[in-house]
Design a binder for this molecule. Sequence first.
Ligand SMILES: Cc1cc2nc3c(=O)[nH]c(=O)nc-3n(C[C@H](O)[C@H](O)[C@H](O)COP(=O)(O)O)c2cc1C
Length: 244
Amino acid sequence: MNAKSDITPSPALDAFRDVVRSRRSVRRFTDEPVPEAVLDDCLELATLAPNSSNLQPWEFFVVKTPELKAKLADACLGQNAAKTAPVLIVIVARPDTWRQNSRLALKYWPEDKLPGIVEKYYSKIAPIHYNQGPLGLFGAAKKTAGLFVGLTRPVPRGPYSVNEMKIWATKSTALAAENLMLALRAHGYDSCPMEGFDECRVRRLLKLPRKGLVTMVLAAGTRSDKGVYNRQYRFDRDTMVHYL
Ligand SMILES: Cc1cc2nc3c(=O)[nH]c(=O)nc-3n(C[C@H](O)[C@H](O)[C@H](O)COP(=O)(O)O)c2cc1C
């Protein structure tokens, strides 16, 4: 199945493979800054990640000022990656922006004519699909209705709660984070995604939106000689990839 000899070589594939294979989690960076234009391009590429209903439930907080960065590194439990990186990017999922972003999705529609189905999706379906109501009661009602209707036909099984909305936003945000890491690598820079941080402190320090979730803090820069701690390895693919 999909033997390697079936793969048609191409420069784009070689370049992609090189970017993916050379990306590593780097724990020590040099002092060399990431140029503004590079960072800007990487963030642009990050936001081109696929995302649920194109509601773009993410935000990126770029921290470069030494004083704030030092405090943020401290909130990242003093990890070497955070302490040595010239820039830290706090990647925040927004489970709470779907309503305003539904309006934006209509406003930003890129064609002359807005299709009726798109109009209906963002103005009628999304407000039902993503709204969980006060105390999550509307979500609970949707879940109950889904259980009954689902006995006879396929139905969406969520998001049915505030917690499921957090997962919803985090999925798309994690994809943007990966785009960002690969974009940095393609520009010749490196990164380290971190979930080892004190979220309360990160929130307070950056005055983050109340309902935002810090998905990752990304350290970015140029890898130093001893920046990668070990050779990359993964478990046996047969235990994780299943052809049915
Ligand atoms: C969600 C997430 C959280 C991570 N948190 C940390 C972290 O706090 N500190 C760290 O040094 N590496 C962290 N990593 C990096 C992983 O340890 C690393 O991706 C893994 O060991 C595989 O190595 P590689 O990225 O070099 O392939 C994290 C990675 C992900 C995706």
